[in-house]
Design a protein around this ligand. Structure first.
Ligand SMILES: O=C(COP(=O)(O)O)[C@H](O)[C@H](O)COP(=O)(O)O
Ligand SMILES: [Mg+2]
Length: 484
């Protein structure tokens, strides 16, 4: 990769350093096989580094290569095992950025292991000095590989059946404040929110077992609240009990206790790691438990366009690993989420097949091989006044989760929940009647609020709250551009 590192060469296996392109990691004539794992990386080479050589290096360093020729390659089927960069395109509108398409033979990957997949494609290569920045934009996972995973333990269809809730998004709330409530007070928040009309409440990402509230207390008070709210309303209710813990033994212990108490759902944070996620997914499958995933930590590496891993890749990995819910953005709320990019994430979760959709950031067709569908969760700075936008952007099969937007209601938590439930049902009714609910949204909400004081109060308090900031991660292609 250096400016002049290469000595004159007589053969591929002479000792020394040679270009990655010459080592077999670059082949524009290579036709990817249906069984290949495909990846597209956004590459920003250092100044003076040739884009094709940088792309070949990414293929090399994410598969078999090291920095120098090794004769031991000849003891392997190295032609087959070398990843091949088969295409390099400049990124539209960007300076010195390239999309490098790389194909990996299926034999390079252990079945049913996100750990193994990620250790190759995001293993060493992100620290490679000749690159200024590198981003894994998307992957195509061949159906032969997809079928080595069991996928979500429950899926959208079965979740709806277990909960007996159809034809509308589910409603949830994250208990606030995030930290500090005692078990008893925490349970009161859960009870009020569920009684007021929500389907779910949720532990926040950083609620585990701190000194102010031991996990067992939380589970006991929360399940008491769930049971009372169910008795009160005649509806099925749930609360995502966060079982994340410092080791797998404790995660299982907490999950077992949640099951003993009759919870329908448990929760984990993305930061517990891929092996732990696959393990608890297997446990959920055996125990008929819905598995909620909070993507805690993802923005450290998903948010910046030039470096890291796109969340669409994480969403694909999580559908394979087997979660039933995944936080996937709100578009209109407080956290990053360009509408077109978010649509791509939702499609990855919910469709049986994703056709290439560059305008949504989807670079490849993806067949999900019959894996169950993941319920996307919209959460973070949303409120009842946005109901028409939420339904428009996110559709019906999702959870809309209002933390502050329930618990911050001036008349209390139950009133906040009622405001959200009434706003949602009014919007679903308008949609089902064939009205243009997006355009008429504010009028539909205002009409519903005339018969619902909690909704009127919610609209009054939060009417001007929006989060209109420039997105850090929007697609590079507009619909008319084709790179097929
Ligand atoms: O606590 C909240 C939201 O609280 P509130 O509703 O009060 O804003 C969640 O942790 C975020 O939604 C996570 O973000 P994302 O869903 O984007 O992963
Ligand atoms: Mg949170």
């Amino acid at each position: 990769m250096n400016a002049e590192p290469q000595k004159p060469r007589s053969g591929r296996y002479d000792a020394g350093v040679m270009k990655y392109k010459d080592m077999g990691y670059f082949d524009l004539d290579y036709l990817p096989k249906d069984t290949d794992v495909l990846a597209v990386f956004r590459i920003t080479p250092q100044d003076g580094v040739d884009a094709e050589e940088a792309a070949a290096a990414v293929a090399g360093e994410s598969s078999t290569a090291t920095w120098t020729v090794v004769w031991t390659d000849r003891l392997t089927a190295s032609e087959k095992y070398r990843a091949k960069c088969y295409r390099v395109d400049p990124v539209p509108g960007a300076d010195n950025q390239y999309f490098a398409y790389i194909a990996y033979d299926l034999d390079l990957f252990e079945e049913n292991s996100i750990v193994n997949l990620s250790a190759s494609v995001i293993g060493n290569v992100f620290g490679f000095k000749p690159l200024k920045a590198l981003r894994l934009e998307d992957m195509r996972l061949p159906i032969a590989y997809v079928k080595t995973y069991a996928g979500p333990p429950t899926g959208i269809v079965v979740e709806r059946e277990r909960l007996d809730k159809f034809g509308r998004p589910l409603l949830g709330a994250t208990v606030k404040p995030k930290l500090g409530l005692s078990g008893r007070n925490y349970g009161r928040v859960v009870y009020e929110a569920l009684k007021g009309g929500l389907d779910f409440t949720k532990d926040d990402e950083n609620i585990n077992s701190q000194s102010f509230m031991h996990w067992r207390d939380r589970f006991l008070y929360c399940m008491e609240a769930v049971n009372r709210a169910q008795a009160m309303t005649g509806e099925i209710k749930g609360t995502y009990l966060n079982v994340s813990a410092g080791d797998m033994e404790q995660i299982y212990e907490r999950a077992e206790f949640a099951k003993q108490l009759g919870s329908t759902i448990i929760m984990i944070d993305l930061v517990i790691g891929y092996s732990a996620i696959q393990s608890i997914s297997r446990w959920c499958r055996r125990n008929d438990m819905i598995l909620h995933l909070h993507r805690a930590g993802h923005s450290t590496y998903t948010r910046q366009k030039s470096h890291g891993v796109s969340f669409r890749v994480i969403a694909k990995w999580m559908r394979l690993a087997g979660v039933d819910h995944i936080h996937a953005g709100t578009v209109v709320g407080k956290l990053e989420g360009d509408p077109a990019t978010t649509r791509g994430y939702y499609d990855i979760c919910r469709e049986a097949f994703n056709p290439q959709a560059l305008q949504h950031g989807l670079f490849f067709d993806q067949d999900w091989g019959g894996l169950r569908r993941v319920m996307p969760v919209a959460s973070g700075g949303i409120h009842a006044g946005q109901m028409h936008q939420l339904l428009h952007h996110l559709g019906e099969d999702c959870v809309l989760q209002f933390g502050g937007g329930t618990i911050g209601h001036p008349m209390g938590i139950a009133a906040g929940a009622t405001a959200n439930r009434v706003a949602l049902e009014a919007m679903i009714l308008a949609r089902n009647e064939g009205r243009d609910y997006l355009a008429e949204g504010p009028a539909i909400l205002a009409a519903a609020a005339r018969g619902c004081t909690p909704l009127a109060q919610a609209l009054e308090v939060w009417k001007d709250v929006t989060f209109n900031y420039t997105s850090t991660d929007s697609p590079d292609f507009v619909p008319s551009v084709s790179v097929a």
